[in-house]
Design a protein around this ligand. Structure first.
Ligand code: NAI
Length: 297
């Protein structure tokens, strides 16, 4: 089968001045995409800012023969999001791909979590994806084409100590992904999420000795495929790192039907309610409602 090409496709990649985003930007550009390299250029906790990070990646892409423009706006405001999309429109007149990747960390145990740790994390990861995606949504709807990849995290999907702010934002992105998959279906807009693990400045101290086996280049091929025209799925989540790729899904057990339900009958049937045998994986709320109605009928 032919290689996956991106000739003429315009891609916005947020937080692409380093780490995973840089890797995605270099690879999409190498495959022919025209790339907006967005990065605020701040520290891991989101403080500060500099134009150097995005510009360096643009220079790298151009040196390799690709096409890219920098953007230094923060994803964390509606104005920033609008300007990121405007950068693509001014340069090339369309937007085909958005990789929502920008991110920061402000970890603390829940008992110590302050609004200064909560709000910027929600703003960058969760609201940032709204602010960048929404101005592009109408463009994608009108052209009948779009591919969006949101960067979630196992910290939210599965849970991790000290990351209630980050985990809530990252699981919020799963909700955004699934609803946008439903809303985008009739206009050929496909929206998926990844839960990556990779050695970047964000994680190198956390990952320990295994870090060197977890380069960002192991995450980028999955993002590339999900961003491609031939992507066969929408609304799905993939766990990716170090060469392992697996689907994460939200399933529902067959459960029980008991028209005389009491707290005691819930207790007595709890093992059956939890039994994963014969689970289903609804693609959307309609399918889940269909399962419930079938069980009840
Ligand atoms: P990174 O710190 O190298 O990259 C994040 C980039 O986002 C930085 O270049 C930063 O300047 C940029 N950024 C931060 N706030 C921004 C804003 N308001 N507007 C524009 N750009 C902004 O870290 P990494 O690991 O490459 O992270 C990329 C994404 O992957 C993040 O969303 C992160 O939460 C997620 N992730 C990473 C994992 C890993 O193992 N590295 C694990 C799970 C999720």
């Amino acid at each position: 089968m032919a290689d996956l090409g991106f000739d003429g496709k315009v891609a916005i990649i947020t937080g692409a001045g380093g780490g995973l985003g840089r890797s995605h930007a270099l690879e999409l550009a190498r495959r022919g995409a025209l790339v907006v390299v967005n990065d605020l250029g701040g520290a891991v906790d989101g403080t500060g800012g500099s134009e150097t990070a995005a510009q360096k990646v643009v220079d790298e892409i151009k040196a390799a023969g690709g096409e890219a423009v920098p953007n230094y706006d923060s994803v964390a405001t509606p104005e920033g999001g609008a300007n990121i999309v405007k950068t693509a429109m001014d340069a090339w007149g369309r937007v085909d791909i958005i990789i929502n990747n920008a991110g920061i960390l402000r970890d603390a145990s829940f008992k110590n979590m302050t609004p200064e740790q909560l709000n910027p994390v929600l703003d960058v990861h969760l609201r940032g994806a709204f602010y960048v995606t929404q101005p592009a949504w109408e463009i994608m709807r009108n052209q009948g084409y779009g591919r969006i990849v949101n960067t979630s995290s196992g910290a939210g999907v599965f849970g991790n100590f000290g990351q209630t702010n980050y985990g809530a934002a990252k699981m919020g992105l799963v909700g955004l992904t699934r609803v946008l998959a439903v809303e985008g279906a009739k206009n050929n807009i496909k929206v998926n999420a990844i839960a990556p693990v990779a050695k970047t400045r964000m994680t190198e101290e956390l990952l320990g000795p295994v870090a060197d086996k977890l380069g960002p280049e192991y995450v980028t091929p999955v993002v590339t495929f999900l961003a491609h025209e031939s992507c066969p799925v929408s609304g799905e989540i993939y766990s990716v790192g170090g060469g392992r790729v697996a689907r994460v899904f939200i399933g529902v057990t067959p459960g029980i039907v008991d028209h005389d339900l009491t707290a005691e009958s819930v207790r007595d049937q709890f093992d059956k309610i939890r039994d994963e045998q014969g689970y289903a994986v609804p693609a959307n709320l309609n399918e889940e409602m269909g399962l419930a109605l079938k069980a009840l009928s």
